[in-house]
Design a protein around this ligand. Structure first.
Ligand code: 5GP
Ligand code: ZN
Length: 133
C-alpha cells in the first residue's frame, strides 16, 4: 500500500466505494464521477502506477477480471457496448497514479465525451447494487 494513494485507501477499505466486484487480486467499483451510467474502475490491490511498471502476471489477472465485470455489466444494464480505457501519465489524462482500467458502458449510438460528470450518490448506490457480482 502506498501512502497518500487514494486507490490504495479504497482497496484497503479506508475510503468507501460503491463496490461491484472483489477478489484477492482486484477491486472493481463505480467511478464517482462517471463518463456514462455504469462506469466502473478495475484496480489491482497491489500498488503500481501505470501499465509499464505493472508485472505481466498482474496485468493478465486484472484484464481477465475486466472481462468478467464487463460481461456482467452487459447483462445487468441495457448497454450495447463498452469502451475500455487505461490512461498513462498526465499527458494522457491520468489523474490517479494507481493503475486502473475504466469500463465505460455505451448506449445505442449515443455519443459521449470522455469527461467526468458529477455522480449522484443515491443513483450510484442503487447502480452498484444492480451490477454487483
Ligand atoms: P484517470 O483520469 O486517472 O484515468 O481516472 C481516474 C478516475 O478516478 C476518474 O474518472 C475519477 O472520477 C475517479 N476517481 C477519483 N477519485 C475517486 C474516488 O475517490 N472514488 C472513486 N470511486 N472514483 C474516483
Ligand atoms: Zn495505490
Amino acid at each position: 500500500m502506498k501512502n497518500n494513494c487514494i486507490f490504495c485507501a479504497i482497496a484497503a477499505g479506508e475510503i468507501p466505494s460503491f463496490k461491484v466486484y472483489e477478489d484477492d487480486v482486484v477491486l472493481a467499483y463505480l467511478d464517482i464521477n462517471p463518463f456514462s451510467k455504469g462506469h466502473v474502475l478495475v484496480i489491482p490491490k497491489e500498488h503500481t502506477e501505470g501499465l509499464l511498471d505493472t508485472p505481466d502476471a498482474t496485468l493478465a489477472a486484472v484484464v481477465a477480471r475486466v472481462k468478467k465485470v464487463a460481461a456482467h455489466i452487459k447483462d445487468a444494464l441495457p448497454c450495447d457496448g463498452f469502451n475500455i480505457l487505461q490512461n498513462n501519465g498526465e499527458a494522457a489524462g491520468q489523474t490517479v497514479k494507481h493503475v486502473h482500467f475504466h469500463i465505460v458502458p455505451r448506449y445505442g449510438m449515443e455519443p459521449i465525451s470522455f469527461e467526468n460528470h458529477k455522480g449522484d450518490m443515491d443513483e450510484l448506490k442503487a447502480l452498484a447494487e444492480r451490477i454487483r457480482l
